[in-house]
Write a protein that binds this ligand. Structure first.
Ligand SMILES: Cc1cc2nc3c(=O)[nH]c(=O)nc-3n(C[C@H](O)[C@H](O)[C@H](O)COP(=O)(O)O)c2cc1C
Ligand code: SF4
Length: 430
C-alpha cells in the first residue's frame, strides 16, 4: 500500500498517541529541525518544492500561499495561523480521523507552519459537533505547552507561539475562510470580499493563513524527509498521499491514506470493496457534495487536482459519495440542494433566493408535480447561480452536482414528469 505518513500513528481503536509515545515515534522532530537549523524562508521553500496543495477543497499550493504573507521586521504584527477544522461538507469525514486519531501531528504541523510565516498566535476553528476531537486537542495542547513546544521561546529558540482552541457555531459557511475569520472575531459569519486576501489583511486586519487540517498534518513529514521524498509518495504530479473516503452503497465505506493520484476505480473497488450486492454503480461525487458527478467513463481518472477536472469535476476534499441505481437522482439532487439552501448565509440574492427556489422545483418533481419546462429552468439556475454570480463559492458549489446530474440523469427527470411521481417510491417499479 506504500507509505502512510499521515495515518501511521492511528490505531484501530483510534486512541491517540499521547506525548511520550508520540515523541518516541519521532514526533516533534520537525519542530526541532525547523527551529534549530532552518530559517523561516527555508521552511517556506521546502514546502513549495514539495508540491503540497491544500486539502480543504480548492487545492491551492500551500508554499505559494505562505509566500504572500508579509515577512521581515516591518511586517504587521501579530500574524495568525488558523486551522480550518469546520468540516461540514456533506460526505467528508477525513479531518475528524486526523484530529481524533493523532492530535499532536496537527499541532506539530501548526508550530512549524507558524514558524515559517512568523505567526505568534494560532487558532483551531473546530466544528462544534466534534466533541471527542475537542477533548483530545485540549489534552494534546496542554501536553505540548508543558513540554515547551508551545508558548514562549519554544525549545529555547527566539520563536514564541500560543495556540487556542475555538469551537465553532456549526454552520457550513463558517468553513469559507473569510466567513471563518468573521466568526472568530465574533461577527456574523458572512464571507469578506477578496482582495485584500487574508494572507495580508486577515484576522483583526492582520496577516493570516487559513489552512485545512489534513494540509497541516503533511508539514512535519515534509520537513523531516524532504521535498523529493514527498513528491515520490504520489502517483501523479501532485505531491504526497491523500486521505480518500467513500460513502454510499459500497461494501466497505471508509477512509484510506493512499498515494495522491490513485485511480478512482482502484479506490472504489479495491479499498471500498465495490458495490454492495444488489446495487449497481451510477456515478459519484468525487470530493464531497459540492463537486460534479462523474460516471463510468471517468473511473480510470487518477484522483488528483490535475486529473479530475478532465472529467468536468473537482477533487474537492477527495471524499466520494456514490450514487447507486436504486437511489433516485432527482431525490439525491433535492437532498443536496436542501442542504445548500439551508446553509446559505443570506448575503446575496442569487444564493439566498435561488437555492431555495431550486430546492422547491426539485421537490415538486419528486412529488410528481413537475413540468417539462422545469428541467430548462433548473439548467438556467445552474448558470445564474454559477461562478461569478455570487459573493462566495457556496452557491456555485451547490450548482455543480445539479448541472451534472441533469446532464447524466436527464431521463430520470423526464420520467418523473411523464409518470407524475417518483419512479423509485416504495412499491413503484424502478
Ligand atoms: C462554503 C465553503 C465551505 C468550506 N468549508 C471548508 C472546511 O470545512 N474545511 C476546509 O479546510 N476548507 C473549507 N473550505 C475552503 C476554505 O475556504 C479554504 O479554501 C481552505 O480552508 C484553505 O485551506 P487549504 O489551502 O489548506 O486547503 C470551504 C469553502 C467554502 C466556499
Ligand atoms: S453565495 Fe450564498 S453563502 Fe456565499 S455569500 Fe452569497 S449568500 Fe452567502
Amino acid at each position: 500500500m506504500g507509505e502512510q505518513p499521515l495515518t501511521r500513528n492511528i490505531r484501530p481503536n483510534a486512541e491517540p498517541l499521547w506525548l511520550a509515545e508520540y515523541e518516541k515515534a519521532g514526533g516533534y522532530e520537525s519542530v526541532r529541525k525547523a527551529l534549530r537549523t532552518m530559517a523561516p524562508q527555508e521552511v517556506q521553500k521546502l514546502v513549495t518544492d514539495s508540491g503540497l496543495r491544500g486539502r480543504g477543497g480548492a487545492g491551492f499550493p500551500t508554499g505559494r500561499k505562505w509566500s504572500f504573507v508579509p515577512m521581515g521586521p516591518d511586517a504587521p504584527r501579530p500574524k495568525y495561523l488558523v486551522v480550518n477544522a469546520d468540516e461540514m461538507e456533506p460526505g467528508t469525514f477525513k479531518d475528524r480521523l486526523l484530529l481524533e486519531g493523532d492530535p499532536h501531528q496537527m499541532i506539530e504541523g501548526m508550530i512549524v507552519s507558524a514558524y515559517a510565516i512568523q505567526a505568534n498566535v494560532g487558532y483551531i476553528f473546530l466544528r462544534w459537533e466534534y466533541r471527542l476531537a475537542a477533548e483530545r486537542l485540549r489534552k494534546a495542547i496542554a501536553e505540548a505547552r508543558s513540554h515547551v513546544y508551545l508558548g514562549r521561546h519554544i525549545l529555547g529558540s527566539d520563536f514564541c507561539f500560543e495556540l487556542y482552541l475555538h469551537t465553532s457555531a456549526g454552520r457550513y459557511i463558517c468553513g469559507e475562510e473569510t466567513a471563518l475569520l468573521n466568526a472568530l472575531e465574533g461577527k456574523r459569519a458572512i464571507p469578506r470580499s477578496k482582495p485584500p486576501f487574508p494572507q495580508v489583511v486577515g484576522l483583526w486586519g492582520k496577516p493570516t493563513i487559513v489552512q485545512n487540517v489534513e494540509t497541516l498534518c503533511n508539514i512535519p513529514h515534509i520537513i523531516v524527509h524532504g521535498a523529493e521524498w514527498y513528491r515520490g509518495l504520489a502517483r501523479g504530479k501532485d505531491g504526497g498521499t491523500k486521505i480518500y473516503g467513500v460513502s454510499g452503497k459500497v461494501k466497505r465505506p471508509g477512509a484510506w491514506e493512499l498515494p495522491m493520484g490513485t485511480p478512482i476505480r482502484e479506490i472504489l473497488e479495491e479499498h471500498a470493496g465495490g458495490m454492495r450486492d444488489g446495487f449497481a454503480f451510477r456515478g459519484l461525487l468525487p470530493g464531497g457534495a459540492s463537486t460534479a458527478l462523474l460516471v463510468d467513463e471517468h473511473l480510470d481518472l487518477p484522483m488528483d487536482f490535475e486529473s479530475i477536472p478532465r472529467g468536468g469535476s473537482r477533487m474537492g476534499t477527495g471524499t466520494m459519495i456514490v450514487l447507486d441505481d436504486r437511489a433516485c437522482p432527482v431525490g439525491f439532487a433535492q437532498n443536496l440542494e436542501h442542504f445548500f439552501a439551508q446553509e446559505s448565509c443570506g448575503w446575496c440574492t442569487p444564493c439566498w433566493e435561488g437555492l431555495s427556489w431550486t430546492e422547491r422545483i426539485l421537490q415538486n418533481l419528486e412529488d410528481g408535480q413537475g413540468r417539462m419546462e422545469d428541467i430548462d429552468l433548473l439548467a438556467a439556475h445552474t448558470k445564474l447561480i454559477g461562478p461569478g454570480r455570487t459573493f462566495c463559492a457556496l452557491a456555485p458549489g451547490a450548482m455543480d452536482p445539479l448541472q451534472s446530474i441533469l446532464k447524466y440523469c436527464r431521463a430520470d427527470f423526464e420520467r418523473h414528469i411523464h409518470e407524475k411521481r417518483c419512479p423509485r417510491v416504495a412499491g413503484a417499479p424502478a
